[in-house]
Design a protein around this ligand. Structure first.
Ligand code: ZN
Length: 696
């Protein structure tokens, strides 16, 4: 939207700006940070037409506006909330606000409507419209200055030092408003001496020094870069973080008083895949010996397979080990696979077993420490920082989920909000009141929340930038819907299972095309679930895991039933950690229909590819007793806002895709958006009502 090219500004002989290049896209919040005298305010004043550039160009939507007078800049869609507010102290709040629209020569009715809008944005001003501006507090004066700029309904809002001279709590309030404006789609260029604040509030930033751009890029990177921290956060050190310029201004962000946390990494230290393999072989050798010596179950199985721990000399010896299954865990109830004495066990967790006995897993303190460490790594890979607030909306208690998400966030140094599952009203209230930036839940719960946020029209009141969801398959269209209704939040699919510590054993990276898994903690094989033979990299099959350092309940070739594939080669994100595809389903989830094996996820994928369909569907399988033929009824929702008149076309396309991709012909019913049930737990989508004893 705004492009600045090689901009120079002189004050007399002194050159204040020495060739600035800068770009702000529509809807973006971009920060300009730098020390006093770096040229930040001069740049804003040049953009606003208050000082004339000596060279270079300013383009708004591609039109050259260099040298325009301020009133003309306002008509181009720019408005400035200046440093020091520059209010007329003797005029009332109302009169000051009205000045913001004066360059536009608006009709009285339009002015009144915009005054109303500003009062809705700043309820505090609504109560004080007739008060003289000079009698207002600093924070309120800042609101008047911002409100005055908003009267022009700017497409680009220039904010100069909004926190200047304000107390920390008031600064919080002002930044909450800036955040809301940004969420509502206002494009903002923010100048702020308080670098930490500005970087936290923006997506990208430019660092100015001596009239030049010293660096620019993603704000999160600039915020955590140690050398930039030293340069721009003043004298702050690990010993004395408050000695920064922020500290001096009384504006120390409490989150930054944990400097060691923003430097720490949870990524493994190996630099090559060979180093990883060496580490893995040591882990495998240790695990087989430990399992053999510590667990009677494993000793029996290894003896039966005729393998001794000494025979494990390379990673390929993994294939000689016997498989372990969920049945082995259930048979060993209540302490299956236990390989350490009871006095070393500090916790147990259990899976939500719906049939038979639950799968119970034990942990030593080291197991828990390892789990929390790599859970923090999940957050790190998703770009979560110590400045984030993580709302954990998953189950607590005997299940592994909640406590893993919470301890991982705390280990990272972020703020955990242990909300627990369900209770949409409470979740929403927390999202608004605590301004959580990361929301963790199941995919179904995330969709429920997203739809509720949309229904209540509160997207601009929440601050969620990332949704981390797991324990359930999710279709492409479901992901799009969640992201869109959460105001453009980024989605991260997190993997894990109770048998293997719990959630957090891998996560989607920022490049979003795969799951990185923690190859330094466990090995992954992909096998054909029928023949049990290992499959080559790239082929879909069942994931089998072997732990490398798990003490209390090690896993040797444990069949997870999750269907995925190894993605060979390095990731575009640069991480050396190995990766697999997002989980496609479970090998025991597939159903057979007229001789065709179908994964529910293939239906997800197929429906996602038909524009106009929603993300929710149900499949009912039944058998016609007379003919013995199986029937499939598919119920699928229309997309939100898709007119009923499109149903015949949608039906036609859906049937076409089914025939083409799955070679089956279901009966299809297209229902209205929102008609199928949503649940905050895993939604059941396949209802198999055929006679089951024949299958057995
Ligand atoms: Zn990656």
């Amino acid at each position: 939207m705004l492009t600045v090219e090689n901009l120079h500004v002189h004050y007399g002989a002194a050159e204040a700006l020495r060739g600035i290049d800068l770009h702000v896209a529509s809807g973006e919040t971009v920060a300009l940070v730098g020390a006093n005298g770096a040229g930040k305010t001069t740049l804003l004043r040049a953009l606003m037409g208050l000082v004339k550039p000596s060279a270079g160009r300013i383009l708004v939507d591609g039109n050259d506006v260099t040298g325009y007078a301020p009133a003309r800049m306002v008509r181009q869609g720019l408005a400035l909330s200046p440093e020091g507010r520059e209010l007329f102290g003797n005029l009332t709040v109302r009169e000051n606000l009205r000045l913001g629209g004066i360059a536009l020569q608006l009709a009285e009715s339009e002015i009144l409507q915009r005054l109303d809008e500003v009062c809705t944005r700043f309820p505090r001003l609504a109560e004080r419209l007739e008060q003289r501006a000079a009698t207002m507090s600093g924070g309120e004066q800042q609101m008047v200055a911002m409100g005055r700029a908003l009267m022009a309904r700017p497409r680009l809002l220039l904010l100069d030092e909004p926190s200047l001279g304000l107390a920390p709590l008031v600064t919080d309030e002002i930044f909450a408003i800036i955040h809301q404006l940004s969420r509502a789609g206002t494009t903002i260029l923010l100048v702020e001496q308080n670098a930490a604040r500005a970087l936290t509030a923006s997506a990208r930033a430019y660092l100015l020094a001596n009239g030049r751009i010293a660096d620019h890029g993603e704000s999160s990177r600039l915020l955590t870069d140690p050398s930039l921290r030293r340069a721009f956060l003043g004298a702050a050190s690990e010993q004395n973080p408050a000695a920064s310029r922020l500290g001096a201004a009384g504006l120390t962000n409490i989150r930054l008083e944990k400097p060691d946390m923003s430097h720490q990494t949870f990524m493994p230290s190996f630099g090559t895949t060979e180093e990883l393999a060496t580490h893995q072989l040591k882990g495998l050798q240790w695990t087989v010996r430990h399992a053999y010596e510590g667990s009677s179950f494993y000793r029996e199985h290894l003896d039966a397979a005729g393998i001794t721990p000494e025979e494990i000399t390379s990673l390929s010896d993994l294939r000689r080990l016997p498989f372990t299954s969920a049945d082995d865990l259930r048979d060993g109830y209540p302490f299956p696979l236990r390989a350490v004495p009871f006095e070393q066990i500090v916790r147990i967790h259990a899976s939500s077993g719906t049939t038979g006995k639950r799968k119970v897993l034990a942990y030593t303190q080291k197991d828990l420490d390892d789990w929390v460490h790599f859970f923090a790594r999940c957050y790190e890979m998703a770009g979560v920082t110590p400045l984030d607030r993580v709302q954990v909306a998953v189950g607590y208690g005997i299940w592994t989920a909640g406590v893993g998400f919470q301890l991982g966030a705390e280990r990272l140094g972020a703020m955990a909000i242990p909300a627990g599952p369900g209770n949409i009203d409470l979740q929403l209230q927390f999202l608004i009141d605590f301004q959580a930036t990361v929301f963790c839940s199941t995919a179904s719960m995330a969709l429920l929340m997203a739809e509720e946020i949309h229904r209540r029209d509160v997207a601009d009141k929440i601050a969620v930038k990332k949704v981390i969801y797991g324990s359930e398959r999710s279709s492409v269209s479901m992901r799009q819907k969640i992201s869109e209704l959460f105001g453009g939040a980024e989605l991260y699919d997190i993997t894990g299972l109770t048998e293997l510590y719990g959630p957090g054993t891998g996560i989607e990276c920022a490049d979003h095309d795969c799951i990185h898994y923690w190859g330094d903690y466990y090995l992954v094989e992909i096998i054909d679930p029928e023949t049990l033979q290992p499959l080559p990299d790239g082929e879909w099959g069942e994931m089998v895991v072997t732990t490398l350092c798990k003490e209390a309940a090690p896993l040797l070739r444990y069949r997870t039933r999750d269907i995925t594939r190894i993605i060979p080669g390095p990731c575009t994100c640069g991480s050396l950690l190995p990766r697999h595809s997002r989980i496609k389903g479970r090998s025991d989830d597939t159903f057979k229909f007229r001789g065709v094996n179908i994964y529910p996820s293939s239906i997800d994928t197929l429906l996602s590819a038909v524009p106009g369909l929603g993300s929710e569907f149900q499949v009912y399988l039944s058998r016609d007793e007379a003919s013995g033929r199986d029937q499939m009824l598919l119920k699928v929702e229309r997309g939100d806002g898709v007119d009923v008149s499109r149903v015949p076309e949608l039906l036609h396309e859906t049937l076409h895709q089914f025939k083409k991709q799955l070679m089956v012909t279901p009966e299809v019913t297209i229902v209205a958006y929102g008609e199928l049930p949503r649940s905050e737990r895993k939604s059941q989508r396949i209802f198999d009502q055929r006679i089951t004893d024949e299958v057995v």
